[in-house]
Structure formats: C-alpha cells, structure tokens
Design a protein around this ligand. Structure first.
Ligand SMILES: Cc1cc2nc3c(=O)[nH]c(=O)nc-3n(C[C@H](O)[C@H](O)[C@H](O)COP(=O)(O)O)c2cc1C
Length: 418
C-alpha cells in the first residue's frame, strides 16, 4: 500500500514521469512551527543531479505546501506537499516497452496490475521517495524540538570498500576459534555513532564521513559508471536521544517497524540492527549488554550490541541500523535477456540513472527512521497519557513496578510524556 504509519500517517503519491509527486501527511500535532526550508533541506540532499556520482536527471525538487500549514505553523489537519516532475524524457525509455529491465520492477508491476506506466519505473521509481523525505523532515523537526532526537545516516560501504574498523567501520573476523569478536562494537564505532554529524557526512559527495574511504568509494562509483555498470552499498543510521519505551510488541516491535520502513525503500536488500548478523558469532557472555546506572539515575547499558532496542522496545541507548542497497538495475552495458513476448535479445538501457544509489539514499533512510520514531512516540504518548488519568494503584506487590530509587526526580512525569 502507499500509506505508512498508524497515528503519524503518510500517504505518498506519484510516478516517475507524471505531473508531480508528494504526500499527504495526517496526524501531525498542531502548533509545530516549520517553514518550507525545513522540508527543502532534506529534499535537496535527496535530489538527482547533485554530483557526477548520481543520475544527471536535473530536478530542483522544490516543495509546494498545499495545506495543513499556515503562517509557518501546523494546523493539525492533513498536510499536503507537492513537488513537480520537470525534467522528463519519456522517450529515453522506449526500449522498455519491449524489454522488462532485468532486476527492475517492470515485469512484476505488469504481472500484478496488468497495466504499467507508459515510461520509466512508474511507481517503483525513486521519485516516490520524495513524499517520504518531505514527511520525514516534519517528523524530525518535532522529534528534535521536543526530545532532542538526532538522526544521522551515512554511507558505510560501497561495493567491497568499507570504512576501516580502526576508525569506526566494521570488518569481519576470520578466526573461527576466537570468541573475542569485538569489531561490530569497537570503541571507535561507538564513538562514530555518538559524534557523526550531517555536516561531516555532506562534506563528501559519497556521504561517507571518513575522507580517505570516501575518496576510494568515489573512484569505485566512477569505475562502475565508466564501465556502463552499477554498484551497491550500505548505509548506517544512528538515532540519538530516543526516549525509552517506544515500540509496540509483538508484531509492531520497534525493530520490526524499522525493518519494514527501511526495506520499503527501493533497491534495499538487507537490514541489520545493533550487532546484526555479527551477533550470531558472539557468545552470550560477550554479547549481553550489562546494566549500569547512568548519571541521571536511570539504568543504561555498558555496551550496546542490542542497538538500543530490547523486546521490541527502545531502551534509551543509541539506536543504530545498517541497510543494504543493491547495485541499481538499469545499466547501459548490453545484457542478454528476454523481451516481454519471450524473444531473446540484448538490452542496453538508455535514460539517466544512478550508478550507485547510496549517496542519495542517505536522507531517505533518515526520513524512514523519523517516521517510525514519530509514529511510535504518538502511540506511546496516547497510552501513557490515557493511563495517567486512572486513579493510582497502591496494592501491587513491589516487584511489579520499577524501584523508585532508580528514577531521578521528575522522571515519572517525563516518562509519562515520552
Ligand atoms: C535514491 C534512489 C535512486 C535510484 N535510482 C535508480 C536508477 O537510477 N536506476 C535504477 O535502475 N534503479 C534505481 N533505484 C532503484 C529502483 O527504484 C529499484 O531497484 C526498482 O524499483 C526495483 O525495486 P527493488 O530493487 O526494490 O526490487 C534507485 C533507488 C533509490 C533509493
């Protein structure tokens, strides 16, 4: 479906070559101050034609606020956001009338709907993600203003080039008898997650915050482009200052919602939270996140293999995820394949395409993280506020409630309004 979220609910619309793309966002709290610039900043980070590493399709992607915001303040009514499709060249796609592009969505869309958009990827195009990024920017604004939440995504690998473990990246340990698997969570990696900023990420056209690695990634993407080919990569995203208690077990656990959100982005093939697949290689004695008392009196964890989520509920630690993007399907190198009618042939796609999607996908990942957080926050606030109206219960055994000494002064109220 084209709608995501329960209480903070975004519906995106649009195809690659129609008049406009955008979204209707329902459930945004009234009274949030925002300007078109707050939305535009993220849209401009997503737009095509940013550098020689992305598609040359030249879209300005200017956002037009249609409803729900007046004098820079949200009204609490549906917010409609529109971005025009301007730089269209439908003729570039004439060969795809004959050929479904290998590993693109042409074949499956036609199978499913029995009809397809006359050119380009139609609804499967990354143009659709404009609506998500616009809505995500609004979610992020609320989260930042009210809770100080920071969401930063960055490119962590392109092809086989990873940020080195010594500066916060991840590398594989090949010693099968060594239980001291440390690198998914090196101090350097935690430091990177704690400090990485969008400014540092945007200094590099690849959006990898480690300059030396970014340089190698650039060369790798150019190599793919020059060979009329493409290459994939991964994006790591950290969410800082997230209140504890978000996530709806059992089916809408926080990590399940994050996985849903991230794997709905076009070209995604993999999702990990916390230690991810590396967590399968580490004994429990090493993998467990022992509890410690934090300076504010609450319990925190000494390590964070869990990635900030336990039992499907946020625990107040940084949440970090990694999302894998495949090499884009549309390549101008000739490929042996079959036409819709079964005739064998060769397709060398024309049109303007990204040789690697990860630099442009960074704000999309951030937007999906913000949408999940905001929706979970509204749901938890509805629960805690509704429960707070009930008379206090004084008859429970003490083991059923959190010991008061672990709550700093004012924590009860703060939690209520988490
Ligand atoms: C930011 C971004 C840009 C993309 N650009 C292209 C592109 O230029 N060419 C292409 O074939 N796919 C591109 N894709 C991926 C396709 O939209 C996607 O692979 C396709 O719809 C098939 O869906 P699937 O890969 O999720 O199965 C892009 C994805 C993102 C997130």
């Amino acid at each position: 479906m084209s709608t995501f979220g329960h209480l903070f609910r975004v519906t995106t619309y649009g195809e690659s070559h129609c008049a406009s793309v955008g979204c209707i966002l329902d459930g945004c709290p009234p009274g949030l101050q925002l300007s078109a610039t707050d939305i535009q900043t993220q849209l401009s980070r997503r737009r095509p034609g940013q550098s020689n590493l992305t598609t040359p399709r030249d879209e300005k992607d200017l956002v037009y606020i249609q409803s729900g915001i007046e004098h820079g303040v949200t009204l609490g009514t549906p917010i409609a956001l529109l971005v025009k499709n301007e730089d269209q060249r439908p003729k570039d796609y004439s060969e795809t009338d004959l050929y479904p592009r290998p590993s693109h969505a042409d074949y499956t869309y036609l199978e499913k709907y029995g009809i397809k958009a006359s050119s380009g990827g139609g609804r499967s195009s990354a143009r659709e993600t404009i609506g998500r990024v616009a809505a995500g920017a609004i979610a992020e604004l609320y989260l930042k203003q009210v809770h100080g939440v920071e969401i930063v995504a960055f490119v962590s690998s392109v092809g086989k080039i990873n940020i080195p473990a010594s500066v916060g990246g991840r590398s594989a340990s090949h010693d099968e008898n060594n239980d001291d698997v440390e690198d998914a969570l090196t101090p350097e990696f935690r430091q990177l997650l704690a400090t990485v900023t969008r400014e540092a990420v945007d200094k590099q056209p690849t959006r990898c915050p480690h300059p030396e690695t970014a340089e190698r990634m650039t060369k790798r993407i150019i190599r793919a482009k020059d060979a009329h080919d493409s290459i994939g990569g991964t994006i790591t995203c950290v969410m800082r200052n997230v209140p504890p208690g978000l996530g709806e077990p059992v089916f809408d656990k926080f990590e399940a919602m994050l996985a849903h959100a991230m794997l709905s982005i076009p070209a995604t093939k993999a999702f990990e939270i916390g230690s991810g697949f590396r967590g399968t290689e580490v004994p429990g004695s090493k993998h467990n996140d022992a509890f410690v008392v934090r300076p504010d009196g609450r319990l925190g964890t000494a390590t964070n293999w869990s990635g900030g989520v336990q039992g499907g509920i946020t625990n107040g630690e940084d949440i970090y995820v990694r999302v894998g993007f495949k090499s884009p399907a549309t390549i101008s190198r000739a490929q042996a394949t079959a036409q819709y009618d079964g005739t064998a042939g060769e397709l060398a796609a024309r049109g303007r395409h990204d040789p690697c999607v990860v630099p442009r996908a960074v704000p999309i990942v951030e937007a999906m993280a913000a949408l999940v957080l905001m929706d979970a926050l509204l749901i938890q606030n509805a629960r805690t506020h509704t429960a707070s109206l009930l008379p206090p219960i004084t008859t429970l055994p003490p083991t059923m409630i959190m010991p008061p000494k672990l709550k700093p002064a004012g924590a009860a109220e703060k939690q209520e309004e988490a």
